[in-house]
Design a protein around this ligand. Structure first.
Ligand code: SAM
Length: 291
């Protein structure tokens, strides 16, 4: 089967099967061979790898992944694409398609069935309407994924990579940076897709950490982070004293200010100024209730 990476071939395949890109599933098919090759290269795929592709669509990137990887497991929600994939992937004997919602798929079972329980590499042109839940689900499943190389909205990529003091910095940046080191590897204009999305895109490569880079009670620290960013204009101590709840625990403004002082930070500091290391230090200060 010929490669789908051209607007003409993609249009012809869609017409042949009477298929229209479905907005509700975030379908924007890639049509640019350089971008697809760039993604596969950034993911560093070899024949030793088992790749999980989320949302193969009509199989555009899957054809390239099949050539590069040992095995490719795809999870696709849109069953109307069945006849298309059985034709476009007819020469790809190392590809398995699982039909369903990736957010409800047992990922442990996939790595056991297809990769002896060893970590998978994730590659995807993600459906933008569920980018954050998909990324968090993959990252929180520690040890299951070695790396995640994905197309996302450019502004989401910027939020994920932002550091303290940047206006894009927030709970999503900290969550992703706790589990992995993120990097933007490609910027991608709307013209590389069919139909064209309304936004610019970027390819992110997340290299998963074997161990988190900081030490803290993870759930406590993320409750702290969320409450710190709930009201961005408030000071961190104020945000925490109004918005922090974890296992029945709340924190007073005095407790928050004292903990900030103990780690050498001003009581007036805002959440957006704290690094992941500082959030971890603050968390360690506050984890144990005062006697
Ligand atoms: N990989 C193809 C490409 O690059 O041309 C298609 C990418 S398209 C942006 C996103 C794909 O994800 C679509 O095929 C869509 O049907 C699928 N999808 C959307 N939501 C999904 C979900 N929750 N679980 C699995 N697949 C999903």
């Amino acid at each position: 089967m010929e490669k789908l990476t051209s607007p003409g071939v993609t249009r012809a395949v869609l017409a042949r099967f009477g298929i229209r890109a479905r907005k509700k599933y975030g379908q924007n098919f890639l049509t640019d061979g350089n971008i697809v090759r760039g993604i596969v290269e950034a993911a560093g795929i070899t024949k030793d790898d088992c790749v999980l592709e989320i949302g193969p669509g009509i199989g555009t990137m899957t054809q390239y992944l099949s050539e590069a990887a040992g095995t490719v497991v795809c999870v696709e929600i849109d069953e109307t694409l069945r006849p298309v994939l059985s034709q476009t992937l007819e020469d790809c004997g190392n590809v398995e398609i699982i039909w369903g919602d990736v957010l409800k798929t047992d990922l442990k079972d996939l790595s056991e069935r297809f990769n002896e329980g060893k970590p998978l590499k994730v590659v995807a042109n993600l459906p933008y309407y569920v980018t954050t839940p998909i990324l968090l689900r993959l990252l929180e499943d520690k040890g299951r994924f070695e790396s995640i190389t994905v197309m996302v909205q450019k502004e989401v990529a910027e939020r994920i990579c932002a550091g303290p003091g940047n206006k894009e910095y927030g709970a999503l940046s900290l969550a992703v940076q706790y589990y992995s080191s993120p990097e933007v590897v490609l910027k991608v204009p709307p013209a590389c897709f069919m139909p064209r999305p309304a936004v610019e895109s970027a390819v992110l490569h997340l290299q998963a950490y074997e161990e988190p880079p900081v030490e803290a009670d993870e759930k406590f620290m993320f409750a702290l982070i969320r409450s710190s960013f709930n009201q961005r204009r408030k000071t961190l101590a104020n945000g925490i004293s109004h918005g922090f709840h974890y296992k029945g625990r709340v924190l007073t403004r005095k407790e928050a200010e004292e903990a900030l002082a103990a780690i050498g930070l001003s009581p007036d500091i805002r959440g957006e100024k704290l690094s992941l290391e500082e959030f971890a230090a603050l968390s360690r200060q506050l984890e144990k209730p005062e006697q």
